[in-house]
Design a protein around this ligand. Structure first.
Ligand code: G1P
Length: 299
């Protein structure tokens, strides 16, 4: 019987330089997709996968994330007095149970691997999940839930992967696959963090969702700098691969890299179109924009 996945790490210490000046005073994880901050989508995904405890690895100027997942007493009291039941229920639905979150700080921006290592004491000696909050995933079943279902059969370590165009492989971690486990999953034989253009072993990107065994922490504690001069999680996973199994999962759904302007805007459109009322207004609006572009191009 595999040990259950009860805890998740969400590294939220990043500076968000790609979104300045929006992220000067507001953490990038608090930018909104339709009506919820990005981080809320990621926490909802984790909770839908049965995660009981979330460890946020934060940095300076990120207090507002902690506030977002706390009870806003004055606000909720006022909503109660005004009988705004729907708004109150919405807040309650998205609030984690008391005591089910932890916040620790990554004191210096040394890389993703270092950020995960900062959560070692909160996770302890059990397998756990990692969700990178730059990425949100639109799927019928929570992506992490799909990974936990696979993990229940295979154990070991699981990485969510997705096909990307060849000319983007240098921006991500890339995996190479070996034997098939089932239609959606294979054993992983190799990984590379941000391979130089033209050298990627495949076009399968590490999507930012992981289930890892706790042995990763010892490897992270000794991990030297890798791609971009940072301590990379991928490099410690490569070391762990010599001792433990890693499986890929081509999950059902689509990821949006909200760390990029294109990903952020397309997520807003994709999630906005899910709301039938918004879709009624958005669709004709988008048709007008496209039509306008065509006319300008034709002139
Ligand atoms: C991180 C990981 C990379 C992964 C990516 C997904 O990179 O190191 O393997 O493909 O997230 O978004 P970062 O975006 O932090 O540079």
């Amino acid at each position: 019987m595999n040990k259950p996945i009860r805890k998740a790490v969400l590294p939220v210490a990043g500076l968000g330089t790609r979104f300045l000046p929006a992220t000067k005073a507001v953490p990038k994880e608090m930018l909104t997709i339709v009506d919820r901050p990005i981080i809320q989508y990621v926490v909802d995904e984790a909770r839908a996968a049965g995660i009981e405890h979330i460890a946020f690895v934060t940095g300076r100027n990120k207090h507002v994330i902690e506030d977002h997942f706390d009870m806003a007493y004055e606000l909720e009291d006022t909503l109660k007095a005004r009988k705004k039941t729907e708004a109150l229920e919405l807040l309650e639905k998205h609030r984690p149970q008391p005591g089910s979150t932890s916040f620790t700080r990554q004191q210096a921006p040394l890389g993703l691997g270092h950020a995960i290592w900062c959560a070692r004491d909160i996770i302890g000696d059990e397998p756990f999940a990692i969700l990178l909050p730059d990425v949100i995933i639109k799927s019928k079943v929570s992506c992490l839930r799909q990974m936990v279902d696979l993990y229940d059969q295979t154990g070991g370590n699981i990485i969510a992967v997705e096909e990307i165009p060849e000319d983007q492989t240098h921006q991500y971690g890339i995996v190479e696959l070996a034997e098939r486990i089932n239609a959606a999953s294979s054993e992983i034989s190799n990984m590379v963090e941000k391979p130089a253009p033209g050298t990627a072993p495949s076009n399968l990107m590490i999507t930012g969702r992981y289930i890892l065994q706790p042995e990763i922490f010892d490897l992270l504690s000794e991990q030297g700098k890798g791609a971009g001069g940072e301590i990379q999680l991928t490099d410690s996973m490569i070391s762990l691969m010599s001792k433990q199994k890693f499986a890929s999962l081509k999950f059902e759904g689509r990821s949006y890299d909200c760390g990029s302007k294109y990903g952020f805007l397309s997520a807003n459109i994709a999630f906005g179109m899910d709301d039938p009322k918004l879709a009624d207004d958005l669709l004709p609006f988008m048709r007008d924009i496209v039509e306008g572009q065509r006319q300008v191009a034709a002139e």
